[in-house]
Each structure stands twice: as C-alpha cells, then as structure tokens.
Design a protein around this ligand. Structure first.
Ligand code: TYM
Length: 333
C-alpha cells in the first residue's frame, strides 16, 4: 500500500526560501517516490485567519497554484487543490471542533506568538490548528511533510484523531509529521534568532522570496546579519546563528554533507565569500522557477482547469470519510 502524503501552504504572502526548503521542495521529491501518493493544498481558508485584502488574496492564491507547478509539481502525478473549493475541509473542522478541548488549542505556541502581535485576535486564528487537522485527517493521511514550526500542529492532529477514535471507534489514521533533516527551520536574514516568516517577508532584508529577482536576492544575502568573526562552520552557538543559517541554506540546496559544505569554505576569505556562494546557489535554483512562473501566470484558463480537476479528485477522496464521521457522531446522513 502506498503511503498517503498531505501537506499545505498558505497564500498569505509570496512564499520564501524557508517554505521552499522546509516544505515545497521536499514535496517535489515525494512526487517521484513510487511508494507515496501525494496531496498538496493551497490553504486559502487558513489565510483568512488574519485580515486579507480580498483582491490580493485571490491573486496570491492563483500565484501560489502557478508556483506549485513552476517548482515541478505535476497535477497529473500529485493531487493539487484549493482548500476553499472542497467544503469537506471546513465542515470537517467543525466536527473536529466538537471533539477538541479548548485547553489543547491554548497551548499552541504559534497561536501564542501570532496572537501577541494582533490587536484583535480572530476566532479563526485560535481554531486554525483544527482546520489543519481536518485537512489532514479527512484525507486518510499517513505522513505530513512540514517545517519544524508546524510539528506541534501535526501532533495536535494526532491527538484529535486518537480522541475521536476512542470516542466513536476506529476511524482516522493517526498521521506522522515528517520533518526534513536539513533546513527545517530557516531563520530570518536580518535576525538569525527568529524564523524566516511570511508575515515579516515585507521587511527589507528579512526573507528571500522565491520570486525575487536575482539582484534582490543577492542584495538580501550580502546584507545578512552574521558575527564579527570569520569562522565558517556549522555551530549551535547563538552568536554563530547567522553563519549557521547561511550554511544551512547552502547545504539544503546543494544537497552536500555538512563536512563537504565546510570543506567548500575552508579557503574562503571571510563571510563575503560565503555570502556570494550562497547567493549563487539560491539564484541558480530560483531563476528557472521565476521564469516558468511568469509563463504560467499568462494562462489563467489553464490554472483554473488545474484547480477544477483537483477539486473533483479531492472531493472523491474526502467526502466518504465525512459521511462516515457524521454518521458516527449521530447526524442523519
Ligand atoms: P505555512 O504556509 O506557514 O508554511 C508552509 C510550509 O513551510 C514551512 N516553513 C518553514 N520551513 C523552514 N523554515 C522556515 N522558516 C519556515 N517557515 C515555514 C512550514 O512548516 C510549512 O510546512 N498551517 C500550515 C499549512 C497547512 C498544512 C495543512 C500543512 C494547512 N493545512 C495540512 C500540512 C498539512 C501553514 O500555515 O504553513
């Protein structure tokens, strides 16, 4: 039996190199694994958990679907779909709300961080992990490839599955989070003690966005915060966080071992050389993606066709599970 893989990404901002290394690029590898059956979702309902400008959200959603294809996801090989087009996800979230203790959601660190930054915290932001659990559970998912920051949410989905199974009988598969060994937590270039995040992507020098032009990528990397030394090695020491982050980006994109990476920089003359090399590998990886993306955005009709095809397939997978859950919970189906 093939393992079913499910993962998603929000169209809240243009995606950055952290999203790419921590998640999307690994999805492309999974697509070529004959042991996996993959589902990847643009989670537009999740984007609504903070206020969005409607027209911008629509545009970014299309852009993200085009980006899926530009990075190499193939709608014939992987199921690509838009969360809001399949009502099972939102309806399933309601049903799961009714088995999820509020106390579990209060413990979510991402909620604590995000809500601290908002003047008005929307109920949707609090409930976001339950919607994510519905995404995962109603598709009978075995594995969830995500970056480190989403691990707690996948663990919550596991707890919800177990609780439901305990109350209503064996129903949901208890999914496994799958976190990459390299680059599971890419840090901000302007502050290597904080994770690179979409919500800060508009801040100059914070993120490398996947669709940035080569000269902007180079500028951001050359400006990246490092330390006053010149030692180029992987390190967990707080003052080496900037160098460590640049090396992680380099390692993830070149797929070299840590030793090979350090050897590449054994004769470097300071951090300038390191930054130039990192910029080079990032540009080599992203430039073709940017070009393909620009082409794909010209044909909205084709993107709509791909979205509609995904909607049909996603409904066919998730609707039987929704009916099953409703019946078990006592609804007339
Ligand atoms: P989102 O859109 O914030 O992020 C998408 C993916 O990128 C990873 N990621 C990172 N990886 C490494 N370094 C970083 N700095 C970094 N920042 C983000 C995230 O871990 C994620 O894998 N709620 C989810 C989307 C979602 C989902 C799902 C995921 C909704 N339903 C079901 C899996 C399964 C989110 O907002 O991800």
């Amino acid at each position: 039996m093939k393992k079913r893989v499910f993962s998603g990404i929000q169209p809240s901002e243009v995606i950055h190199i952290g999203n790419y290394i921590g998640a999307v690029r690994r999805w492309v590898e999974l697509q070529n694994d004959p042991e996996k059956e993959n589902i990847f979702c643009v989670v537009d309902l999740h984007a609504l958990t903070v206020r969005q400008e409607p027209e911008k959200l629509r545009e970014r959603t299309m852009e993200l679907m085009a980006l899926f294809i530009a990075v190499g996801l193939d709608p014939e090989k992987s199921l690509l779909f838009l969360q809001s087009h399949v009502s099972v996800n939102a309806e399933g979230a309601w049903l799961l709300n009714c088995v999820t203790p509020e106390a579990w959601l209060k413990k979510m660190t991402q909620y604590k961080d995000k809500s601290a930054k908002q003047e008005i915290v929307l109920t949707g932001l609090f409930d976001y992990p339950v919607l994510m659990a519905a995404d995962i559970l109603f598709y009978d998912t075995d594995e969830v490839p995500v970056g480190e920051d989403q691990k707690q949410h996948v663990e919550l989905a596991r707890n919800i599955a177990e609780r439901f199974n305990h109350h209503y009988g064996e129903t949901f598969i208890v999914p496994e989070p799958v976190i990459g060994k390299v680059g599971a937590r890419i840090m901000g270039l302007d502050d290597p003690t904080a994770k690179m995040s979409k919500s800060s992507a508009h801040i100059k020098g914070h993120a490398i966005r996947l669709l940035d032009e080569p000269k902007d990528i180079e500028k951001s990397i050359m400006r990246a915060v490092t330390d006053s030394g010149s030692d180029i090695r992987f390190s967990k020491e707080p003052e080496k966080a900037g160098v460590n982050n640049l090396l992680s980006i380099y390692q993830a994109l070149t797929k070299k071992s840590a030793e090979e990476v350090e050897r590449d920089f054994a004769n470097a003359r300071g951090y300038g050389d390191l930054k130039k090399a990192v910029a080079q590998v990032v540009i080599a990886e992203t430039a073709p993606i940017r070009e393909r993306h620009a082409e794909l955005m010209k044909d909205r009709g084709e993107l709509t066709r791909i979205i509609n095809m995904g909607t049909e397939k996603a409904r066919a997978i998730s609707e039987p599970r929704l009916t099953d859950v409703k019946r078990k919970m006592g609804l007339i189906v």
